[in-house]
Structures are given as C-alpha cells and as structure tokens.
Design a protein around this ligand. Structure first.
Ligand SMILES: C[S@@+](CC[C@H](N)C(=O)[O-])C[C@H]1O[C@@H](n2cnc3c(N)ncnc32)[C@H](O)[C@@H]1O
Length: 250
C-alpha cells in the first residue's frame, strides 16, 4: 500500500479566529521571555486587573503590592475561576491583601466585574500562568498563604506532568512563604490529595497535615459548594512552612 505523504501546503488555511485562539493559548507553557518577545498585551482593563507579563508598570505595581507587610498579610490564590472565593474572602478579611492568578481571560474579566460590584478594595488579579509568577513578583519569605483550590486533576499518566502541584512548585512555594505561612490544597479527588500530600511530606521545609474540616476557616469556592450540595467528600492538605530551615541544619 502506498502511503500518502503529507505536505505542508495540504493544510487548509486557518480562519482568523483560529489563529487568534492559538495566540491566546500561548499564555500557558513556553517561557516567560518567549511570550514577552512574541506575544502582545492582553488588552485587559480594570482597577484590580493587572497584566504583569506585557505591561512593565503592572509588573512593578504587583511587586510593590506583594512586598512583605506584617500588618497586612498576603494571600495568593491560584485558579480563582469565577471568583466566588475571592469576593467572599476579600469582604471577610479587609485587612488582608488578596492576589489571584488565573490562566483564562474570561474568568479574569468575570471575577473583576464581581469584585467591583462587591466594592472590594483589597484585591488584585492577573491573567497569568501562576507557575512563573512567584519568582517574578515575590521576595523570599514574604508570602503568608498560598491557596490552590480544586486544581485540574490531569488524570491520565501521560498528563501528570501538567499538574500544578509538582515537587518543584512545592519547593518554590517554600522559598516565598514566610516561616509559619501555609500552602493549602483543597480537592475532591482523593488520589490528587494523597499524591500531593506525599510530595509535600517529602519536602523538609514543611510540616504537613490533613485538616479535619476543610471548610471551617475559609469561605467556599464554587466547586466546593457544589460538592457539598451533592454530598461529595472534599479533602484539605495543609503544608506549614517550618520556622527553622530544616534543610540547612547541620
Ligand atoms: C478546576 S478549576 C477550579 C476552580 C476554583 N478554584 C474552584 O474551586 O471552584 C481550576 C482553575 O485553575 C485555572 N488554572 C489552571 N492552571 C493554572 C495555572 N498554571 N495558573 C493559573 N491558573 C490556572 C483554570 O483556568 C481553572 O480556572
């Protein structure tokens, strides 16, 4: 049987909206430098909405907003989606600073509208890949709380590398959390909770525990509320940054 050879010219031309979608996808993956060199400003507007990848002044504003301040603890949430938690948290904790990272533009726009409508004053949100933001804007030891709620589980073995929580990310978080600060994961995927707990326990910078009642001290996220409504169990794994840097002990 003769194989048909595929030639590049056989490809149908892409519709403009297809090309645009591909450009937007470039937000995740690849290096920050490449995106900066080849991407374009995201065209986001709003008092709480920053574009630190493409606007230098936004990067500086974010860095200043994340500087250590013992009077105004800093909480970062990754993957805020519709912003349900963000709004409730900011209203309940006006003395804290909230910064949210999210990779989808639509969610950033909707959350920004919700924050504005609620009259929130202590939030900043960014359309970014959170994995590269900690080292871009934080000083070591300046972060009080890093929240990862119901991250995409990436079930298939070949997709596990796409998970947000990796050994590298957990080690990176330890660098930016203050002693006593916490990395908190909530999930409704038992395997993800077990797997992440194992990774956290393997990192000597943390003391790790499962929380009894995941909902007790924080507002619900959208997914958490849905889980409660349908009676699905959820898990919370907390990694407290050790006061003493265990790794550097003699
Ligand atoms: C399953 S949803 C969870 C939504 C929400 N936290 C909740 O509990 O209802 C995961 C969210 O994380 C976002 N996300 C995934 N990878 C990300 C990354 N690298 N940086 C920032 N956000 C990310 C997705 O766009 C999505 O909104």
């Amino acid at each position: 049987m003769a194989f048909r050879t595929f030639h590049i010219d056989d490809k149908p031309a892409e519709a403009p909206e297809q090309v645009q979608r591909k450009k937007q996808k470039a937000l995740i993956g690849g290096s920050l430098e490449m995106r900066r060199a080849h991407g374009q400003a995201l065209g986001l507007q709003g008092q709480f909405l920053l574009d630190p990848i493409f606007r230098q002044e936004d990067e500086e504003r974010l860095r200043a907003a994340c500087a250590a301040d013992p009077d105004r603890p800093l909480t970062i949430e990754i993957g805020f989606q519709m912003g349900e938690f963000a709004v409730a948290f900011c209203l309940r904790e006006p003395q804290r600073r909230y910064v949210g990272f999210e990779v989808r533009k639509k969610f950033c726009e909707e959350t920004h509208a919700a924050l504005e409508a609620a009259g929130v004053q202590n939030a900043l949100i960014c359309l970014v890949d959170a994995r590269e933001m900690l080292s871009l804007v934080l000083r070591p030891g300046s972060l009080d709380e890093l929240l990862v709620f119901f991250p995409d589980p990436w079930w298939k073995p070949r997709h596990v590398k796409k998970r947000l929580l990796t050994a590298e990310f957990i080690a990176d978080a330890a660098r930016y959390l203050r002693p006593g600060g916490r990395l908190l994961l909530k999930t409704d995927v038992t395997e993800y909770a077990d797997w992440a707990e194992e990774l956290m326990r393997a990192d000597p910078h943390y003391s790790v525990s499962r929380l009894e009642d995941p909902a007790a001290d924080l507002p619900f996220t959208l997914r958490e509320r849905r889980c409660r409504l349908h009676g699905y169990p959820t898990w919370a794994v907390q990694a407290l940054r050790n006061t003493v840097d265990v790794a550097t002990l003699p």
